[in-house]
Design a protein around this ligand. Structure first.
Ligand code: PGA
Length: 240
């Protein structure tokens, strides 16, 4: 695992976008998982600049990390609505999504696992981190060896997730790629910005590997890259 600290959110976002663009240049048909949420919005902005400047994503396949169950995908707070607003409404790209309206969400997980397998596994997985250390909707206690699965949301996620919605919204379950996808990905990127994330980042970096803190899995992933801005890294020792 490697930790990279960038001075500002803009610099962090640009570095992540440059990295993803270089993966796509080397492997045009790369399979790239992207998270929604506030953390990657800057990355999407800079990635759009790459595409506007000629980066060819016509063979690239994007996969969405997770989605709320029980929320209509057209709701502005759904993960796909956020991804569309930040990225997919602006570029012509292929995206593979969880169908949250599927009758059997577990079968939908199997379908997504097979899709990823059939496409040779994930080249990049860009994820944020929750204040409780979750990755995607892999909440504390989720076994590290799970692929896509239906998740019971942690209380903290039900509360913090309200920030995406225009009105109070009942959140209870989600559907998410698993931590095993993150561990097996060729370039797993855990990204965090802002002082609000500094405490959980310190906890994750100091923590032994434990399923109680999902993001602590990074300690076992040699190819994992933790990308932070200075505020998120503010509680870490300078030497990191
Ligand atoms: P955020 O969410 O990017 O909106 O901070 C991250 C997360 O909860 O996984």
């Amino acid at each position: 695992m490697k930790v990279e600290v960038h001075k500002t959110y803009d610099e962090l976002s640009k570095a992540a976008a440059d990295l993803i663009a270089s993966v796509i240049k080397n492997k045009p048909n790369a399979l790239i998982c992207v998270a929604s949420g506030h953390t990657p919005t800057g990355t999407f902005k800079f990635l759009r600049d790459h595409i506007d400047a000629g980066l060819d994503i016509s063979k690239t396949v994007f996969v969405s990390l997770d989605e709320w169950l029980g929320i209509d995908p057209s709701d502005a707070g759904s993960c796909i609505s956020m991804l569309r607003k930040d990225f997919f409404d602006h570029v012509k790209a292929r995206i593979e999504l969880f169908d949250v309206l599927a009758k059997d969400p577990r079968k939908e997980c199997d379908r997504m696992n097979k899709f990823i397998d059939d496409n040779g596994g994930l080249d990049v997985m860009l994820v944020g981190i929750g204040l409780n250390g979750h990755i995607g909707m892999n909440e504390p206690g989720t076994p590290f060896d799970k692929y896509a699965h239906v998740s019971d949301l942690a209380e903290e996620t039900k509360t913090s997730g309200q920030k995406y919605f225009t009105k109070p919204t009942t959140l209870s379950k989600g559907i998410t790629l698993g931590l095993r996808h993150f561990a097996e990905c060729r370039l797993p990127i855990l990204m965090a910005n802002g002082s609000k994330k500094s405490e959980i980042i310190k906890k994750v970096i100091d923590s032994p590997i434990t399923e109680k803190i999902p993001a602590s899995i990074i300690h076992r992933i040699s190819q994992a890259l933790v990308m932070l801005d200075a505020e998120a890294a503010s509680r870490l020792p300078q030497s990191l």
